[in-house]
Design a protein around this ligand. Sequence first.
Ligand code: GRF
Length: 188
Amino acid sequence: TPIAILISGRGSNMRVLVEASRAPDCPYEVVLVASNDPDAPGLAIARDAGIATFAHSHKGLTRDAFDAIIDKALRDAGVSYVALAGYMRILSGGFVAGWAGRMLNIHPSLLPRYKGLDTHARAIAAGDAEGGCSVHIVTATLDDGEVVGQARVPILPGDTPETLADRVLIEEHRLYPAALADYIRAHG
Ligand code: GRF
């Protein structure tokens, strides 16, 4: 099953999805990595892995116009699923509708807690005993779609947002390839 990954930054989740895709029993193949930031460090990682890349800045474009450019790149690449991995753009309703049930995201919190930004700082400030990450289906409301996989980590005394983020990221890298593969196996 051909998929694309959308990134805005360092691309560590993208990298593990690409690595996982090379296992013989993996149901997806990464055919495109696309970014709204032509300078995203993850683009070089994708190129080094032999994956086609597409980059187009969103600057100066309306949300609808920019999403139409990304949508065309995805359609041209013939992908069946889209995986968001650190893609820092709010998506237009039309774009989301066009990929309904075929677009997943990883979010660094135990949804439904802490949608949006600064998840780790908010979990620590709330005195939570656990943090974690969630893979969810993307809907028109930010970080709100059905959760298809979750991983939990303890929040330890002395944790900062950075130390907690590091602990959660290790789990993101385990969770996302597995949850995406399960979802695509189940939905074809
Ligand atoms: C991850 O923590 C992801 O959960 C969040 O943004 C970060 C992206 O990191 N949405 P990377 O670009 O995959 O390294």
